[in-house]
Write a protein that binds this ligand. Structure first.
Ligand code: SF4
Length: 321
């Protein structure tokens, strides 16, 4: 039997649950602190979220621990549609609740508890997965997330780093530093929460040296998971101007493939490779155009790694830590 060249998310889920498990993605209308007025940063330069759906109206005081009826209905409708689709198309049995949109811990711990509890009450879920930014996590919120483990759920946090280079983070207006990331990561670690680190390859001003440094840094954390993205340049982003002026372009499939192979080889064997490319609608982005679809890229990567004898962990060294 062929030994797979990397620890894919699909194989991880099958190993844990003995069957395929599927994410039910919910947008609970959380906003992002990096896009709000009065903040120094105008939002990440590659962000196309401006003008997106109405954001969750954060409440104060007595109402803070309750979920607004409209939001409840919205979550119930999203859940119903997603589960119906997954059951019909894949005969899905195992479900994972996934708060993916924007910064899904950007509210008080009381508000978050109410929203998570309500969403969890709608189906029998195996995991709670939350995607967020380093500046949207404090001890109270991390304690809340950890409390779901006592209810028998596995808890994952997907945490955006994107680059381990502070200059790059400033250049793209991330609105947080590498040390902010480190503080959030170590808090999650203290509470035994699994963390998946988000990285973007091809950010402005970055080439092989910076990307390798980011991968080396990420590997040194020995994260539970990692997600690789190739930079997308949406029409509705501030980066689009730079693209028009010829100051930035997106990676080609071949360039991204090389970065991903090196990155996988640098990661510890235990780290789950949860994503290989970015997802966005082709008609909403200026670049890349004609990039391989998710499954095509997966197949190309696997074939290429097998052909080269490349495998996850080959370049990982404990000396990195
Ligand atoms: S953190 Fe996400 S939602 Fe917020 S500005 Fe950056 S890309 Fe946009």
């Amino acid at each position: 039997m062929i030994k797979e060249p990397f620890h894919s998310y699909g194989s991880y889920l099958k190993k844990i649950y003995g069957a395929a498990a599927f994410r039910v993605g919910i947008d609970a209308g959380f906003s992002c602190p990096n896009r709000e007025h009065g903040r120094e940063s105008p939002g990440c330069s590659y962000c196309d979220a401006f003008g997106a759906r109405a954001m969750y109206q954060r409440t104060e005081g007595a109402l803070a621990d309750q979920v607004d009826e409209n939001l409840k209905q919205d979550i119930a409708v999203q859940t119903g549609k997603a589960v119906e689709f997954l059951k019909k198309r894949y005969k899905a049995q195992m479900l994972l609740l996934y708060f993916q949109a924007f910064s899904s811990t950007y509210a008080s711990a009381g508000e978050l508890r109410a929203v998570y509890d309500y969403a969890l009450s709608l189906q029998d879920y195996k995991e709670l997965i939350v995607s967020t930014r380093p500046d949207c996590l404090d001890r109270e919120i991390v304690e809340l997330l950890a409390s779901y483990k006592q209810r028998g759920l596995d808890v994952w946090v997907e945490l955006g780093l994107q680059s381990s280079n502070d200059e790059t983070l400033k250049r793209v207006n991330r609105g947080h530093s590498v040390s902010d990331f480190e503080a959030a990561y170590s808090l999650l670690n203290d509470y035994g929460i699994k963390t998946a680190v988000h990285l973007i390859f091809g950010l402005p001003g970055e080439g092989g040296t910076e990307i390798t440094e980011t991968c080396r840094y990420t590997a040194s954390l020995n994260p539970a998971g990692v997600k690789f993205h190739n930079l997308h340049i949406p029409y509705n982003s501030s980066l689009y101007d730079d693209f028009l002026q010829g100051r930035i372009d997106a990676l080609t499939t071949e360039e991204h493939l090389e970065y991903v192979i090196s990155a996988i080889e640098m990661m510890p064997e235990s780290t789950v490779i949860m994503r290989l490319t970015c997802d966005s609608r082709e008609d909403e982005r200026a670049a890349p155009k004609g990039f391989l679809k998710k499954t095509e890229f997966y197949n190309l990567l696997r074939t290429e790694m097998l052909k080269r004898g490349a495998f996850q962990g080959r370049l990982y060294s404990n000396d990195l830590v």
